[in-house]
Design a binder for this molecule. Structure first.
Ligand SMILES: [Zn+2]
Length: 118
């Protein structure tokens, strides 16, 4: 998160920006980064910067798999743990149980920034 903020501030400093209204952050379901956790980190790190007044919007990115065996390409199967407040993604092919590549769901990046021009 701190790297993202740092990179964002660096990018913004190259432009004539008066303020930032809105920041859309994409977090992959596989990163295990909680929304509350990210919001808190953002508040702490944006303090006294141009991002301090920005509204943080967090979007999640579902896990997507591509099978190395049967070419299945789609969402991961999610196990819901009864009684627990979290889910467990199954990182093998839902079709043939083969090994997979995770193609989406690991993101932690800024999707868009709405700025006020100076
Ligand atoms: Zn498969």
């Amino acid at each position: 998160m701190s790297d993202i903020i740092k990179a964002t501030l660096e990018e913004l400093s190259k432009h004539d920006v008066a303020g930032v209204e809105e920041l859309v952050l994409v977090i992959g379901d596989l990163t295990n980064l909680g929304e509350d956790q990210m919001t808190f980190a953002f508040e702490v790190m944006s303090r006294d910067t141009i991002l301090a007044d920005a509204k943080l919007i967090i979007e999640s990115e579902p896990i997507r798999l591509k099978c190395k065996v049967c070419d299945f390409d789609g969402p991961a199967e999610i196990l819901r743990n009864e009684g627990y407040d979290h889910t467990i993604p199954v990182l093998s092919c839902p079709e043939c149980s083969g090994p997979v590549n995770v193609t989406e769901g690991m993101a932690c990046r800024i999707r868009s920034i709405k700025i006020r021009e100076g």
